[in-house]
Design a protein. Sequence first.
Length: 157
Amino acid sequence: MRTLLVSLTIILSLLGCRHPLEKVDLHPGPEYAGEWLTQPDVLRIAGALTAMPDRTPAHWDNTDTGYQYSMTVFKTANGNKETVREFTVLSTAPDGTAEVLNLRGASSARGEWNITADTPSKVVGKACRLNVDASETPKGTVGSGEGFPGFMVVESE
């Protein structure tokens, strides 16, 4: 497809086309949010989803990346077969730039969390870094294959 577009651009420019082609999005795949998170960060999110009550913040530092995180669950709905939790993660980069992720986690009876983003992440400005006590990363696996691509954005209508 890309080769066809380049070929058409060259042909039209040689023939004297006076109307430039509009930009075409050649990669209409899924959008991801939080791609800077590492697997230990995702395990901490899952651990907090499992253990933290609503409106109680969880904080952690990722000493490998320099990012700091604050997570708060705002709403929990317990159904027959799954628990759904809506939560926000504030990530603060080493330079203080803060981004917010609005996420939703659904847990099956097996205790696995399927996490998606409601919207793409949003930069909210600069944030002060907290003094966070060191803690161990929860044990577990991230089932997204090699590397963590981020949480898939699934915008609700």
